[in-house]
Design a protein around this ligand. Sequence first.
Ligand code: NAP
Length: 460
Amino acid sequence: MSNLGTARNPVRAAIVGSGPSGFYAAEALLESEQTVLVDMFERLPSPFGLVRSGVAPDHPKLKQPIRVYQQIAGSPPFRFLGNVTVGRDITVEELKGCYHVVIFACGAETDRSLGVAGEHLAGSHAATEFVGWYNGHPDYRDLVFDLSHETAVVIGQGNVAVDVCRILCKTADELRHTDICGHALEVLAQSKIRDVYMIGRRGPAQAKFTHQELRELGNLVGCDPVVDPRDLELNPASREELADRRNRANIKSYEVLQAFSARPTPTRHRCCHIQFLRSPRELKGEKRLERVVLARNRLEGEPSQQVARETGEAEELACGVLFRSIGYRGVPIAGVPFDDGRGVFPNRDGRIVDGQNVVPGLYVAGWIKRGPTGIIGTNREDSVATVNSLLADLPKIDAGAKPGADGMKGLLESRRIRVVSYADWQKIDAAEVRRGAAAGKPREKFTRVEEMLEALGHLN
Ligand code: NAP
């Protein structure tokens, strides 16, 4: 009988990615009845994925799961290997050689595109880039967002779109004491934007934002939400959708929209216009974005399956900056099968498949498994399901002893990779908190990898 999973031959598990799904997978492995040693690989020196670089700076409560991740990271069978990019610094084959099982929990790192003319004009951006920029993700640190125009357009009506609108609409004073990065606050403080349009291709009954997030747009110091009551008229199928109590969340959002539409004439400095049944058909401009052509839509289809169809009418909206916020998308890693259509690693119950065949030892969890949906907590259930598949497979896995990260030490050193341990991260973390304290902020993040490594040098 295999002794894999015992103290003499622990399961060596690698987790690729240190966001929520990675930490919940680690937790499930460490709480299992098997003896498991977990090594978590992260391409940045900092852990926590989108909780650090996606959650809005003015939503500190949503970052509380970090406390749970800190506890998991403190558990002795857990190791963090930051600043190591799987697929570049080490190959998937090399990982497989050192571990019995590998769980990919690397999220959905890029954005979906609209596929319309002018999409790449200067002034047109992915919301994911803007979010990464104000949250200090090193990949986006040097992007430039020109907010010297009066009108901004956000395409899409999910919670990311609401985050982007809110950050654009808040005053600098509303953001000053959050963990928003200094470089972003500086630009936002100079913003000339007066009107922000959040545009949905379908109707108010189908919008993806949640009512709590939507409601916040009505509580800003310097901005009024604006909804045209005509935009809230519903077709029979949408009325049926909202009459269904299973759609309680959408009903609540609809009520918030009704309350916004009943507000008196806006008086504040900025307006956040929420508009429906419009799709960008083209972005126009000589050298940079000047206006967006919006096709008017109607809905077609059965309740809960309605799709937007162009009516043939269109309108132009002058704007200087546009953010497409139409969802994230996973990126491939060399050596792992990829479903290009869905932007995920193809899998059955978390087991990565190549065509019809399960790839032994490779698993997937989180957004790179199911696509970019759900809140942070959704990932716990998802990761537990993957770990259950993995544990069920253990009897079939080659029980030969594996070295884990110790087997890669030489490789990483020869490639001059400065591995950042969890203790290193704790030093970086403390330094960020100290930097923030001076400005009355929870932290001032380091926004470049070199800065983080340099800080470690000084702190050692
Ligand atoms: P999302 O919720 O899936 O919203 C995407 C939006 O883009 C939808 O309005 C969608 O419209 C629209 N869209 C898609 N393709 C389009 C196209 N070709 N043209 C025009 N519009 C298009 O995605 P997300 O906002 O990126 O959020 C991702 C996940 O993170 C969600 O589960 C979200 O709840 C979560 N999140 C939560 C929070 C929070 O809890 N505070 C904050 C941020 C994100 P259709 O409905 O018509 O497809």
